[in-house]
Design a protein around this ligand. Structure first.
Ligand code: FRU
Length: 489
């Protein structure tokens, strides 16, 4: 039956059947979180793109809905966003409010096979259940740019207009509009800024408080960069921090410095939800949990592609400057099942204090105090022949996921590996917050200063858990280990 197949995510969103890539059009409206996604309904590899659709009341349990947008005379439906047009600026809603999707139509020039990408609109008067394409499509074109896609639109209240951030080759372009139909070029950002190791895709631009202070805000620009055979990391997402005046984004960091959203391999094209109510105030996002390097060949059969867990974005001042912080949404606590709590244990190389625990849908929250151990952490999805290690290296001061022996990796030569990022101990302590599902591991280091997201393809019987230390001992100050319920049963 559905959602029990080998490798099927138990608490991450994946489509019932067929291929999925980027999350699209995420918007909250009338009590529902909408998640649209790049979808190929007729195959499990990338193909003619549609927008698949699901809704949730709690960000955790999803109801699958029919395809929202299908290819038409203007081409395939590539990535984009959706907004609530509260004041009917578009005129689509007879003075009421409704949903407008802003997406890329992808086809080829007439009598030619060169690709053409143009921005278009669709609107829904019934909470996203049915969609009408705008008869004036496309609404934004530029024949001078080939890669011209993935519009992310938001209402900028200070200047009383819509703002679109759009990927254009290896920069982003900003456009403004009073009504979502007429767009004016405002500015371009990206030349000699950040990483240019691939084509720029799926931007997002939003404001966040620094250290939770509503009087100290910065703008954050997300830019995903596509796979390039010259770089082993494949597709990944960078971010910039700066200011935005309604027309121009200004990076406040050294232009050559690249800040990465995730140090794992499998978090791409992430963008945030629009119209989260002000009293909630969170900036929530999901990414596509895969990598263009091998996305088309991962060893799932009935579907391909899953989203990360929903995460809250914030900004924190560190010794290196302001940095992005990600934490799992608190709603995930509803799927906690059987739990184990431990305090003040000394972990040594000789013993696994979790040897009685079995499971492969897990949440682990652990705080360690550094001691003589050089490496410590958890081995999950473990059996005599497999393991995925989520550890901390005290000499390098790095947290890592080691998927070298995590299970099936035969489908692509660059899948095996160790992925790590710097994590400075706080008062000699480090914290892990881990989510393990049937084919993924996500680890949040300290309070989400470092995130590593990796796919894994272990055998279902690899369900042992080990708490380990190497080269000495480490103190486990506290551990919460939860078995998680499936969101599909
Ligand atoms: C990113 C991306 C987008 C594009 C979509 C096509 O993964 O390449 O730039 O709109 O996928 O499916």
């Amino acid at each position: 039956s559905y959602y029990t197949e080998n490798y099927r995510p138990q608490f991450h969103f994946s489509p019932e059947r067929q291929w999925m890539n980027d999350p699209n059009g995420m918007v909250y409206y009338n009590g529902e979180y909408h998640l649209f996604y790049q979808y190929h309904p007729n195959g499990i590899t990338w193909g003619p793109m549609h927008w698949g659709h699901a809704v949730s009341k709690d960000l955790i349990h999803w109801e699958q809905l029919p395809i929202a947008l299908a290819p038409d005379e203007h081409g395939m439906i590539f990535s984009g966003s959706a907004v609530v047009d509260w004041n009917d600026t578009s005129g689509f809603f007879d003075g009421k409010s409704g949903l407008v999707a802003i997406f890329t139509h992808a086809d080829t020039y007439p009598n030619s096979d060169s690709p053409r990408q143009r921005q278009s609109l669709a609107y829904s008067k019934d909470n996203g259940r049915t969609w009408e394409k705008y008869e004036g499509n496309p609404v934004l074109t530029d024949e001078s740019i080939t890669d011209f896609r993935d519009p992310k639109v938001f209402w900028h209240k200070e200047t009383n207009q819509w703002v679109m951030v759009l990927a254009a080759g290896q920069t982003v372009r900003l456009y403004t509009s009073p009504n979502l139909k007429d767009w004016d070029f405002a500015s371009e950002f990206g030349e000699n800024q950040g990483s240019h190791q691939g084509v720029w895709e799926c931007p997002d631009l939003f404001e966040l408080a620094v250290d939770g202070n509503p009087n100290h805000k910065k703008w954050v620009l997300f830019v995903s960069i596509g796979d390039n055979p010259a770089y082993e990391e494949g597709s990944r997402t960078q971010y910039f921090i700066g200011s935005f005046d309604g027309k121009t984004f200004t990076n406040e960091y050294a232009p050559e410095e690249t800040l990465w959203v995730d140090k794992g391999r499998d978090n791409y094209a992430g963008v945030s939800w629009s119209d989260i109510p002000q009293e909630d105030g969170r900036r929530i996002y999901v990414g596509w949990m895969s990598n263009w390097k091998y996305a088309n060949v991962i060893p799932t059969k009935e579907w391909r592609g899953a989203m990360t867990i929903p995460r809250v974005l914030s900004l924190k001042t560190t010794k290196d400057g302001i940095r992005l912080v990600q934490t799992p949404v608190k709603e995930l606590q509803v799927i906690r099942d059987k739990a184990i709590f431990l305090n003040s244990e000394i972990i040594t190389p000789n013993e696994n204090i979790l040897s009685n625990e079995l499971g492969n849908q897990l949440e682990i929250i652990a705080e360690f105090e550094l001691d003589t151990a050089t490496v410590f952490g958890f081995k999950v999805c473990k059996s005599a022949y497999e393991e995925t290690i989520i550890g901390y290296d005290t000499e390098k001061r790095e947290m890592f996921i080691d998927r070298t022996k995590s299970g099936d990796s035969s489908f692509h030569e660059s899948f095996v590996g160790v992925h790590n990022g710097n994590l400075v101990p706080q008062d000699n302590k480090v914290k892990f917050h881990i989510f393990v599902d049937w084919s993924s591991v996500e680890v949040f280091g300290n309070e989400g200063e470092l995130v590593i997201t990796d796919l894994i393809f272990p055998s279902p019987e690899s369900n042992q858990i080990e708490l380990y230390a190497k080269g000495g001992k480490v103190k486990l100050n506290s551990l919460e280990l939860y078995m998680l319920k499936s969101i599909w049963s």
